[in-house]
Design a binder for this molecule. Structure first.
Ligand code: TXA
Ligand code: MG
Length: 303
């Protein structure tokens, strides 16, 4: 913990575990530190970063959260939900971290090490997933180190990430709330609290992350595959015979288990340099919406 704090205070980067995926963290108020994140990831500067904070009151100091945003925060924080709200005029997060937008994304992560780091640091941490831009998010420290380790001055080992997919992103601005990125907090859970969600706008200014290619392994990805073809690796779901390049996301057909395994198994399948990674059909309900979103992006079906 101490080397991580020292690094953050010096304006350097730290690999930080969260319950979703590993993040690459910097002092969100320090534009020079934030610039190191964009450089380490090769991330386009129009794509803003999430400000991680220790609790709701720290979020309210950055973002104008209306009653809907507060209801969501109270229900799901700490946890895998990111809220996009208008930035307060006195918001301390650097323009660079916000990509110059008048909004800000805030989240309180549920991992004990992330929370301990945030409390000890006492300020917001900008932290994207610790992968190089366009690659699958790391769900173990080893995967994070392999992606952006050389750019980090310190790293915290929080074990494998429990959720395994990035947080749900909901924007709560004027008008209806919008689902910008499906995740472990499901559409249904959100709609139960604040009513119907609108689809994300195509307006890139409002959901800039949707412009970039995401989550892609080296091998091409073939979806809805009932079985692998010769030379393919296979991500199975449900009962399936074992094979040398078969990785079963969940033999019992459990979506939470499949989400937790998804990125690690994409990496493992990719490591064998298969002609393609075939993926079994996965139901689109509940957490399945987020899993299928990431798979379509890995297959290059979505911008
Ligand atoms: O689970 C997570 O959210 C992980 C962990 C480390 O917290 N972080 C993460 O960060 O996935 P990143 O940068 O890989 O994804 C953040 C997403 C991007 O799609 C970005 O475009 C969007 O949030 N975002 C950030 N600020 C935004 C804003 N002001 N308006 C709209 N979208 C925003
Ligand atoms: Mg990311």
């Amino acid at each position: 913990m101490k080397p991580a704090l020292t690094a953050l205070r010096a304006g350097d980067l730290v690999i930080m575990p969260t319950e979703t995926v590993y993040g690459l963290a910097a002092d969100a108020r320090d534009a020079r530190a934030v610039a190191k994140i964009f450089a380490a990831k090769g991330r386009p500067r129009f794509n803003p970063l999430i400000a991680h904070v220790a609790d709701v009151s720290a979020a309210v100091a950055l973002a104008d959260m209306d009653s809907r945003a507060l209801r969501l925060a109270e229900a799901f924080w700490p946890g895998p939900l990111t809220l996009v709200a208008p930035a307060r005029p006195d918001c301390s997060v650097s323009d660079l971290a916000r990509a110059g937008l008048d909004t800000i994304a805030v989240r309180v992560p549920a991992h004990p090490l992330a929370l301990a780091l945030l409390r000890a640091f006492g300020g917001p941490l900008a932290a994207p997933s610790a992968n190089r831009s366009g690659r699958p998010s790391p769900t173990t420290l080893a995967a994070a180190l392999a992606e952006t380790g050389p750019y980090a001055a310190a790293a915290l080992d929080g074990g494998p990430c429990q959720v395994g997919l990035e947080s749900t992103v909901v924007s709560v601005l004027d008008g209806p709330p919008r689902l910008l990125r499906p995740g472990a907090v499901t559409r249904g859970q959100i709609e139960d609290l604040i009513g119907p969600l609108a689809e994300a706008e195509s307006d890139a200014r409002r959901s800039p992350g949707r412009l970039t290619r995401h989550y892609a392994p080296q091998a091409p990805v073939r979806l809805d595959a009932a079985a692998p073809r010769p030379g393919e690796a296979y991500l199975a779901f449900g009962p399936c015979p074992e094979g040398p390049a078969t990785f079963n996301l969940s033999a019992s057909g459990d979506l939470a288990e499949a989400a937790a395994n998804l990125f690690a198994f994409l990496r493992a399948a990719d490591a064998g340099s298969p002609v393609a990674i075939a993926v079994a059909p996965i139901p689109g309900t509940g957490l399945g919406e987020a899993i299928n979103d990431r798979l379509r992006r890995a297959a290059g079906w979505v911008g």
